[in-house]
Design a protein. Structure first.
Length: 145
């Protein structure tokens, strides 16, 4: 009997397919994608045509804005897809932590290194660098690259 209860609880965690607004989820994803696309075009344009002292800060804001928009979209979509109570939230958070810890260990460490690089500023967009004998300008700094 206890196995049936836990299975029923797991099934109730996911909303019924008829309760999920796929149109709303699609609109959130499309809106987020369009906003990220616009930010990736607008901020470099503003940096190139704006005040010189603000150029490096504006270019550095691009990956942070992308991360913030993606995070907001995920937080917005989760309640649409899942029936989230406090207990369900703890289950989802635990499962996500394990998945991220094992499957994305290298990716997460690259993201953390990117965030550290953005805040410590060892190099900025606009700097000229030499890497393995190649000389060039840093055009953008992403969270992973």
């Amino acid at each position: 009997m206890d196995g049936d209860n836990s299975r029923d609880d797991a099934i109730r965690l996911l909303n019924d397919l008829q309760d999920i607004s796929f149109g709303k989820v699609a609109m959130i994803i499309l809106g987020t994608w369009l906003a990220i696309w616009a930010i990736r075009r607008l901020l470099p344009y503003l940096a190139a045509h704006g005040p010189a002292h603000a150029r490096l800060y504006i270019l550095g804001a691009v990956p942070i804005a992308r991360l913030a928009m993606t995070s907001v979209a995920i937080v917005w979509i989760l309640p649409i897809v899942f029936n989230i109570t406090f207990q369900n939230f703890l289950v989802i958070a635990g499962a996500a932590s394990v998945a991220i810890g094992f499957a994305f260990k290298d990716y997460v460490s690259s993201l953390i290194a990117g965030i550290v690089a953005i805040f410590e500023k060892p190099y900025r967009p606009g700097d000229w660098v030499t890497i393995d004998g190649d000389y060039g300008e840093v055009r953008s700094i992403g969270l992973r690259t």
